[in-house]
Design a protein around this ligand. Structure first.
Ligand code: GAF
Length: 389
């Protein structure tokens, strides 16, 4: 399970494809950006709260070279869908006019071209490939955006501001993928550090590295390999419900609200809005506590908070699903498991489980036996954010 595509193999693959596609020469630039797993703090980022993700060893790689003109040609090796794997277009004079279109996978790249913070950008030819499972809830899209931005920095340097880079990539997702996401995924894909989780304050955009390296501890990701179609429509609905709750409470965001504020306004809130707000307010608090527990090496406490997070996402925020619940229940039956929860937006995708290293083989076996679908496992370690290779 450690055996997922290593960065070096992906780069080799991309470089070979580049040479094959673009007339034999070597690409001048190679970069990568990771996917992420969120340990705790779910659906809190767009409420200005805290999140605690880590960058994964699973990355998206982009290799390529500048063109002497404004022509852009990109080939993807990742897409398994029926869309064309190559896209060609001319970079317009005015980048505001770069709009989304077909093929869909290129929109993440076009969005980053649109929001890139320096210019004028040259044309380029590039190959992208990825080990981050697409649509698996491990931020394959953020990793493509951040890889693209990192690539462009090599062609036409910006001021190097990392937080602004993450924000530009988030903008790309908003305008070109149509997902009104928070800042978590792009932020950790840029600023993640080997051996650390990253506590992000999504209000101030300040972040703190929390050491997470212990040979007796494993972070196990289980992919449910399901993705329910609800994902697209439910996410903006949740955002709206949170904004409505904050506005009824007279707050700029739910970050400013306490449980007492919520209780006091109970009569003015629909029960569903109340439940959504309750999840967010409690989850922000849990995330702060979890970061503290991790600093102390108190995995038991951390695990309890993970379980509470999952239950709240299932019951109050209603973004889990039968498959994720099954995976979490199965994991929690195993001796040596501290905690387990769904991770990411929900309605499919992955769970994250914190457990003793000795327990991992038994856990994988038990989860596989109990799960009604066919899971994929990744034993992961906190890894570095985007980098030039
Ligand atoms: C998705 C979004 F992209 C993130 O910004 C975050 O809101 C997450 O869902 C839920 O925590 O990954």
């Amino acid at each position: 399970y450690f055996n997922f595509c290593l960065v070096g193999d992906l780069v080799q693959q991309a470089r070979r494809a580049f040479q094959h596609t673009f007339g034999g020469e070597e690409p001048r630039v190679s970069v990568c950006a990771p996917g992420r797993v969120n340990l705790i703090g779910e659906h809190t980022d767009y409420n200005q709260g805290f999140v605690l993700p880590m960058a994964l060893p699973l990355v998206t790689v982009m290799v390529g070279s500048k063109n002497p003109d404004q022509n852009v040609s990109i080939v993807t090796l990742t897409e398994s869908v029926e869309e064309p794997r190559r896209v060609d277009f001319v970079l317009p004079q005015n980048k505001e006019t770069i709009s989304p279109g077909q093929p869909g996978w290129a929109n993440y790249i076009k969005g980053v071209l649109r929001h890139y913070r320096a210019g004028p950008l040259p044309g380029f030819r590039a190959v992208v490939t990825s080990a981050v499972p697409l649509g698996g809830g491990l931020s394959s899209s953020a990793s493509l955006e951040v890889a693209t931005y990192t690539f462009l920095q090599q062609l036409c340097p910006d001021d190097g501001d990392k937080v602004a880079k993450a924000v530009a990539c988030q903008q790309a997702e908003h305008t070109h993928a149509g997902v009104p996401c928070g800042i978590m995924d792009q932020f950790v894909s840029v600023l993640g550090k080997e051996g650390h989780a990253l506590l992000i304050d999504c209000r101030s955009l300040e972040s703190t590295l929390v050491p997470l390296k212990d040979p007796n501890l494993v972070i196990l990701i289980t992919n449910s390999n399901v993705r329910h179609s609800l994902t697209g429509s439910e996410y903006p609905t949740r955002r709206r419900q949170c904004e409505e709750a904050a506005s009824i409470l007279g707050k700029d965001s739910l970050r400013e609200a306490t449980l007492q504020d919520l209780q006091n306004a109970k009569d003015q809130l629909e029960s569903v809005t109340f439940r959504r707000a309750r999840h967010v307010i409690e989850e922000i608090e849990r995330t702060v506590q979890a970061a503290e527990a991790l600093k102390r090496g108190d995995y038991r406490e951390f695990g309890k908070l993970m379980i509470a997070s999952h239950n709240s996402l299932r019951d109050y925020y209603e973004v889990s699903c039968k498959e994720l619940d099954e995976l979490v229940s199965a994991a929690l039956e195993v001796e040596g498991v501290y905690g387990s929860r769904m991770t990411g937006g929900g309605f499919g995708g992955c769970t994250v489980t914190l457990l003793e290293a000795d327990a991992v083989n038994g856990a994988i076996q038990h989860i596989t036996e109990q799960y009604s679908g066919s899971p994929t496992f990744y034993i992961t370690t906190p890894s570095d954010g985007a980098r030039v290779l």
